[in-house]
Design a protein around this ligand. Structure first.
Ligand SMILES: [Fe+2]
Length: 293
């Protein structure tokens, strides 16, 4: 069983005496069984939204809180996000960002080719790498590429991008249903749960079979609203019941922290307005057309 955070201890008070992360029900080779799962997509160092989401999901009765990877990028003080996740003993699936930070790679494996996107991706990555402690980097190196659990009668496979590639983008408007269904069937699962795109969406694939993209807690989904989102899933009468849950948090406080850390104005604008300003090249035409930039 995954426990919620203990008490109201602020993450900044976490010390080296904090118990090491334990992987909860995933510590054994058995497939754990849960009733209600909250899935957090990319955190992108938004420790303020993460704290609100943990309290919210716990209050809604989730018995598993799960992070789908990409702890860093974009936001301030990456160690705070790591401390919150470790203290709450939330299992994490390895994202491309975590993989790069753990291994000290040259970039985030986001695959940008546009010079402007690469410029901002490099600022994010170098800041995050320089501000992530060796202990947290080692912890990130322990993240599995996938986690599997039973949600009632449904088997769920949780990944970052796709089961075949950690940094594969599965966009709503460009991913065919038969392709998704093939991924789910090949994995021997009923539900495929992922993130990496930053925009939440879901699609039924057949009786009891679904793809759910949890979106991101780190930044809004390019919709002109500063709220961020996570996904809540449970099984009802053999079918998946799920909802996307909006998270309101202290946007201005986060924006001020970002400014104090010297992070780009463009990132702060996204946090404040809900519109993406950078790293837009990976968006398909329809998703990009919904945004302002
Ligand atoms: Fe990612």
């Amino acid at each position: 069983m995954i426990a919620a955070r203990e008490g109201d201890r602020a993450p900044s008070e976490t010390t080296s005496a904090t118990p090491l992360w334990r992987p909860g029900p995933f510590a054994t080779s058995e497939v754990p069984e849960v009733k209600k799962v909250a899935a957090f997509g990319g955190i992108y160092s938004n420790h303020r939204a993460l704290e609100v989401a943990i309290a919210d999901a716990t209050g809604r009765g989730a018995d598993l809180l799960l992070c789908l990877g990409d702890l860093g990028a974009f936001g301030p003080h990456p160690d705070r996000t790591a401390e919150i996740l470790r203290q709450a003993e939330i299992p994490v699936v390895r994202g491309n960002y975590d993989d790069s930070i753990a291994r000290g790679l040259d970039d985030c494996q986001c695959g940008y080719t546009d010079p402007k996107d690469n410029h901002y991706a490099r600022i994010s990555y170098e800041y995050t790498l320089a501000n992530t402690s060796p202990e947290h980097r080692a912890w990130m190196g322990s993240f599995p590429h996938e986690l599997r659990f039973r949600l009632g009668s449904l088997e769920v496979l949780a990944v970052h991008g796709s089961p075949r590639r950690m940094n594969e983008f599965l966009w709503e408007t460009t991913t065919p249903t038969h392709f998704l269904d093939g991924l789910v069937r090949e994995a021997g699962a009923d539900v495929l749960l992922g993130t990496h795109t930053g925009i939440h969406w879901s699609r039924p694939l057949g009786p009891g079979r679904w793809y759910v993209n949890a979106g991101a807690l780190g930044r809004p989904p390019n919709d002109g609203n500063p709220e961020v989102w996570y996904a809540m899933l449970e099984e009802v009468d053999g079918e998946l019941a799920h909802e996307f849950v909006p998270v309101s948090y202290a946007v201005e406080e986060l924006a001020n922290e970002m400014a104090d850390e010297g992070l780009p104005e463009e990132f702060i604008e996204t946090i404040r307005t809900g519109w993406w300003t950078t790293c837009l090249e990976v968006l398909p035409g329809k998703e990009r057309g919904r945004g302002r930039h």
